[in-house]
Design a protein around this ligand. Structure first.
Ligand code: TYM
Length: 328
């Protein structure tokens, strides 16, 4: 029998969308901070496959990308003996709590989310794209989560989760723990290497400035070698005037967990960044190859994760339904 997750004041959860093309920003902003603190208390690593349906998607690709993400998370150090690896679609309480929280969230506060505005640019907009942050709040509030390691781009969504929890508790009585975001000290916002004033993102049609977690070493080296810099000629951490160089320094600091030394040339900095990124990615690549070859094993780890967290999820939904006045 699988042990269940017993939430404590240190329970952590992070989630990632299985939309393919995982990059260095995802690793440094979300995955690594969870992995590094996973033994501080109970932890959950979540595949947000429900979130992947908020934009046009190919069903077969979502399925493949979900297993790929499971393999990447394990390859990056998620320890399934300790940390529950789950997919939010496989645990129906996520959808149930999502609806219940929609009855507490306001239209205006979700419509002003930056990511909604960015992604709802053209064509028909799925209603789920609008309500997506409420589902994210459900993912978190379902498990009495204390800490949510995420990159800076999720700040607004996390704030909404806190607002919803606080409002619910005030209106219907203490029901949810109000979670806190955890931002990595460095690289909370990894920028695109080719356009260092925009964040590294899966949705950028150009991959020129993105370092994929499974990119071969020569691609990583080339991408960093071609990273856009400036004409200043000095290596300084000055995001305003030297965004490219500052980004490289941030990546180096995050990869090595230390303050970068002095550099006398951009070339020297780029070589050191390449080595640091490669040191991080090489073992992930190797473990990924073995893990992805056995989808049955990945599925059984997801099933174990589900069994571990489900009792907490159903207890939270029970509590929420009761607080809202629904019949049991
Ligand atoms: P997603 O899939 O867009 O991103 C996954 C994680 O990667 C971080 N990230 C970055 N960090 C630093 N620099 C970047 N350039 C960068 N790009 C992405 C994100 O901040 C995130 O931590 N809505 C979430 C998924 C989600 C979730 C949750 C997260 C669903 N439910 C509950 C936490 C808790 C998302 O779309 O992340």
């Amino acid at each position: 029998m699988t042990a269940t997750i017993a939430p404590t004041s240190t329970t952590r959860l992070t989630g990632l969308q299985p939309t393919g093309g995982l990059h260095l920003g995802n690793l440094l902003g979300g995955i690594r901070p969870l992995v590094e603190s996973q033994y501080d208390g109970p932890a959950i690593a979540m595949i947000a496959d429900l979130h992947a349906l908020t934009m046009e998607h190919d069903p077969a690709k979502v399925r493949v990308a979900s297993l790929e993400l499971a393999a990447v998370l394990l390859a990056a150090g998620v320890d399934p003996e300790h940390t529950a690896l789950i997919a939010n679609s496989q645990i129906p309480e996520h959808s149930e709590l999502h609806y219940l929280l929609e009855c507490v969230a306001n239209y205006g506060e979700v419509a002003r989310m930056i990511q909604f505005k960015e992604k709802s640019g053209s064509g028909p907009v799925r209603l789920s794209l609008l309500t997506y942050p409420v589902l994210m709040a459900a993912d978190i509030l379902l498990y009495d989560i204390a800490f949510v390691p995420v990159g800076e781009d999720q700040n607004q969504h996390l704030e909404l989760a806190r607002t919803i929890a606080t409002r619910f508790n005030a209106r219907y009585g203490p029901t949810f723990r109000v979670p806190e975001g955890v931002r990595p000290e460095n690289a909370a916002r990894v920028m695109d290497l080719a356009e260092p004033t925009r964040k590294m993102s899966k949705s950028n049609p150009s991959a020129a400035g993105r370092i994929g977690l499974l990119d071969p070493p020569e691609v990583v080296r080339r991408t960093i070698a071609r990273a856009v810099t400036d004409n200043v000629g000095e290596v300084r951490d000055d995001p305003e005037n030297q965004p490219g160089i500052s980004n490289l320094l941030g990546i180096l600091a995050a990869c090595t967990d230390s303050r970068p030394r002095e550099f006398t040339s951009y070339g020297e900095l780029k070589r050191e960044v390449t080595d640091a990124v490669e040191a991080l990615l090489a073992p992930i690549r190797a473990r990924y190859a073995a893990l992805s070859a056995d989808p049955g094993h990945l599925r059984s780890i997801l099933a174990e994760g589900k069994a571990k967290v489900r009792p907490t999820a159903s207890e939270t939904v029970r509590r929420t339904r009761a607080a809202l006045g629904l019949l049991d």
